[in-house]
Design a protein around this ligand. Structure first.
Ligand SMILES: *[C@@H]1O[C@H](CO)[C@@H](O)[C@H](O)[C@H]1NC(C)=O
Ligand SMILES: *[C@@H]1O[C@H](CO)[C@@H](O)[C@H](O)[C@H]1NC(C)=O
Ligand SMILES: *[C@@H]1O[C@H](CO)[C@@H](O)[C@H](O)[C@H]1NC(C)=O
Ligand SMILES: *[C@@H]1O[C@H](CO)[C@@H](O)[C@H](O)[C@H]1NC(C)=O
Ligand SMILES: *[C@@H]1O[C@H](CO)[C@@H](O)[C@H](O)[C@H]1NC(C)=O
Ligand SMILES: *[C@@H]1O[C@H](CO)[C@@H](O)[C@H](O)[C@H]1NC(C)=O
Ligand SMILES: *[C@@H]1O[C@H](CO)[C@@H](O)[C@H](O)[C@H]1NC(C)=O
Ligand SMILES: *[C@@H]1O[C@H](CO)[C@@H](O)[C@H](O)[C@H]1NC(C)=O
Ligand SMILES: *[C@@H]1O[C@H](CO)[C@@H](O)[C@H](O)[C@H]1NC(C)=O
Length: 577
């Protein structure tokens, strides 16, 4: 441990925290203790591969926080900081059992701010999601044990009671708020006899209860009666013109291809979906009574007959209205026939674009907090690019290993703002190497889709924002006299790597119809082009810049070396023992 290492981690930031109540970077919040004196806020960016923590404790003394394999100090990844009369101290440490804990050789946490106000100490740090050295605890999609401790002064004394452990799933976090007034209604199958066949999709269009006053739905919970049968479930809202309920095998009646605005998705292994504390899905009051469509995917490989199922989803709602109504916009490739994906392709790309310049002429920016990506059986990847002024800012959502069986609505980890005029490009990658014929876009599971459901606030009356290539131009591009001849040429063609790539480019380069529809299905049309998408980022370890590299500003560093070190070590030893 050298003075340099210590210096590099002792960063003074003069900036004072302003109200973080609605900080889009830190959408999640949990009290780590039952007295609610220790509050953790966090947010993350899985695309960039980093996570930001803000620990706020009602003390003017030292505060410490860590990630631990088993809830105690052994092998724990610990950070400690505080504000004292000399300045600020902060460091990244690791517990080594009963021996003295050590300052990490590599300081993997970057201190963003450390402040004291109103009897509270607040420490904000950033790190890579993955573990960057042996002393750091990796952050995964699984729950992790968080540990904390704090003192009443900066004298770093030992306070047995001022410590604790709480297990949280940081990357798949669901708030589990408990409003004082909370109720639920269920959208489930009703004594449905699952057919004795391998795969069955059952669709049920049903009413939600009717409320005179507006309420907010804030959590959607799976109710699974037969874990061995229920493979995945999707819940869609219906447009206002759909006013009759029915139940049948999905997509067997073309007249019933309605209600495809996803609001909930559950796949084997997923849990509840809960929206951030600030928002709720409105129901009742002026909202009108929409119907819902529940799509159940049953998997019955042993062909058991006579199994009766009542699985579905439970929607929790409250009369304590949140600040904003949440809305869902369906973006991507319009779900209409005629777009064919050739067979024998290992990675065929389709594109659907949402141009918001029309969408927001009168509306507010979209604060996007979650997304559900959706293709059918041949889909392997879905990427949603975000563009402003013709340049790609990055990705709104990314799924490099898409699996139809494991769909879920995923919180983004932070709120991403889509400004008026931004575009979203949805790219889907399909594998049709095992298919012999064309896969056409459409509703049935054998057909394909390429959609991203964007969960945002404040809600607008827009329901979808899609594009579709101007296929009428296809015959002239292919040298056919009309559409029939063009399709004949396509379906008789030999599809190898070269012809597939050429055809993919043809569809991408065609002029595109851009369409935006509101809930009443009024459609606004425009023309546009598909833009290019950058390569997916490969998140790497973030490192504190070495001292003297210029960022953070050297003049903001405080030198607290050997004099403080024994105190810090004493503190760490006291912490969590
Ligand atoms: C991730 O890192 C980028 C680049 O430094 C930064 O702009 C962003 O705010 C960080 N996000 C989080 C959640 O830490
Ligand atoms: C913690 O401190 C804040 C700010 O002073 C105060 O509003 C809050 O009530 C305190 N919390 C508890 C549980 O004492
Ligand atoms: C479902 O079946 C059970 C057992 O036969 C019966 O008690 C129940 O009333 C049925 N529920 C509905 C909604 O039909
Ligand atoms: C249901 O919708 C159809 C057409 O969409 C309409 O003709 C009919 O009047 C509606 N029924 C009710 C009860 O609103
Ligand atoms: C194609 O089918 C074969 C045999 O069913 C299977 O082993 C293989 O994994 C499949 N390939 C793809 C890319 O789906
Ligand atoms: C599939 O593509 C491969 C690679 O381009 C090619 O060698 C093969 O002949 C194609 N198969 C068929 C059935 O067209
Ligand atoms: C939705 O909003 C747009 C723009 O304000 C308006 O033109 C349209 O009529 C609205 N649609 C409905 C169904 O209210
Ligand atoms: C699409 O691209 C073509 C060719 O580059 C260009 O002529 C046309 O103006 C573009 N259309 C739009 C709506 O930007
Ligand atoms: C560093 O901070 C000092 C004082 O706050 C300021 O004068 C200087 O411009 C800063 N340098 C950089 C590179 O930001």
């Amino acid at each position: 441990m050298t003075c340099q290492v210590a210096v590099s981690v002792l960063i003074l930031l003069l900036a004072r925290e302003t109200g973080a109540q609605e900080a889009p970077l830190l959408p999640f919040r949990e009290h780590l203790d039952s007295d609610q004196l220790v509050t953790l806020r966090w947010g993350f960016d899985e695309v960039q591969g980093n996570i930001t923590f803000e620990l706020c404790v009602n003390t003017t003394g030292w505060i410490g926080f860590g990630l631990s394999p088993n809830g105690d100090m052994t092998g724990a990844d610990i950070i400690i900081g505080g504000v004292n009369s000399d300045g600020y101290y902060f460091g990244d440490y690791h517990g080594i059992g009963k021996e003295m804990p050590l300052l990490d050789q590599k300081q993997s946490y970057s201190l963003l701010s450390l402040t004291e106000a109103d009897g509270q100490t607040t420490m904000r740090v950033k790190r890579s999601i993955k573990s960057c050295d042996v002393d750091d605890h990796p952050i995964t999609e699984l729950p992790v044990k968080l540990i904390y401790a704090y003192g009443l002064t900066d004298d770093l004394g030992y306070h047995r009671k001022r410590r604790g452990t709480k297990e949280l799933n940081l990357l798949n976090y669901m708030p589990r708020t408990v409003p004082t007034s909370s109720h639920y209604f269920d959208m489930t199958m009703s004594n449905f006899t699952v057919p004795a066949k391998d795969t069955h999709y059952e669709c049920r269009v049903m009413n939600a209860p009717s409320f005179a006053e507006k309420h907010h739905i804030y959590r959607i919970e799976p109710l699974i009666e037969h874990v061995d049968l229920v493979h995945h479930m999707l819940l869609y809202t219906c447009p206002p013109h759909v006013n009759s309920t029915f139940q049948e095998e999905c997509y067997t009646n073309a007249d019933h291809n309605v209600c495809y605005q996803i609001i909930a998705a559950w796949g084997v292994g997923a849990g509840d979906f809960e929206v951030p504390e600030l928002v709720g899905f409105p129901i009742g009051g002026d909202e009108g009574d929409y119907l819902y469509r529940l799509e159940m995917h049953y998997n019955n490989p042993t062909l058991l007959a006579g199994r009766v199922d009542n699985s579905g989803l439970r929607l929790h709602y409250t009369s304590q209205l949140r600040t904003h109504d949440a809305g869902v916009i369906m973006a991507g490739l319009a779900v209409t026939g005629g777009y064919g994906i050739p067979p024998n392709a290992s990675s065929f790309h389709t594109y659907g674009m949402c141009d918001t310049s029309k969408l927001f002429e009168t509306g507010a920016d979209l604060q996007v907090f979650a997304a559900a990506l959706h293709t059918h059986l041949a889909g392997r990847k879905v990427r949603v690019g975000h563009y402003r002024d013709g340049k790609q800012l990055g990705f709104m959502a990314l799924e490099e290993h898409y699996n139809f069986e494991f769909q879920q609505v995923k919180n983004l980890g932070k709120t991403k703002t889509v400004e008026m005029g931004d575009t979203l490009l949805v790219e889907c990658t399909y594998d049709t190497s095992n298919r012999t014929g064309f896969s056409w876009t459409g509703f049935s599971t054998q057909n394909e889709m390429c959609l991203a459901f964007i969960f945002y606030y404040p809600a607008s009356n827009i329901s979808n924002c899609l594009s579709f290539p101007q296929l009428e131009a296809l015959p002239s591009v292919l040298g056919a006299s009309d559409m029939n001849e063009a399709y004949q040429m396509l379906t008789q063609k030999t599809w190898d790597e070269e012809t597939i790539m050429e055809y993919e480019k043809t569809l991408k380069d065609l002029p595109q119809y851009f369409m935006i529809a509101d809930k009443e299905e009024n459609v606004w049309r425009n023309m546009g082009n598909i833009t290019d998408m950058m390569a997916s980022p490969t998140p790497d370890c973030w490192r504190s810049p070495p001292p003297g590299s210029g960022a953070p500003n050297q003049s903001n560093m405080v030198q607290v070396c050997w004099p403080l070190l024994p105190l810090v070590l004493a503190l760490i030893y006291a912490l969590l023992c």
